[in-house]
Design a protein around this ligand. Structure first.
Ligand SMILES: [Zn+2]
Length: 74
């Protein structure tokens, strides 16, 4: 695991999923839509970049504890 590397989190409000990605086909294809942002949250959530995995996991515990945590790719 590369804990010092930046990660992307897909925060999905409708399904209450907090999905952590490093780099995969999803992060390569992410794009802004009317309801999902990239780098910011919209009505249905969005893709947020964190400096490393620990910070992303801490944010999940602090603000998204009702969301299901999914580690998509390692
Ligand atoms: Zn992934």
């Amino acid at each position: 695991m590369f804990r010092h590397k930046p990660v992307w989190v897909n925060i999905d409000v409708p399904t209450k999923c907090y999905t952590l990605h490093r780099e995969c086909s999803y992060t390569n294809r992410m794009c802004e839509t009317p309801y999902k942002g990239v780098g910011k949250l919209k009505r249905d959530g969005g893709w947020i970049r964190f400096r490393n995995e620990d910070i992303a996991l801490k944010r999940q515990q602090e603000e998204y504890e009702q969301y299901e945590l999914i580690i998509h790719c390692k």
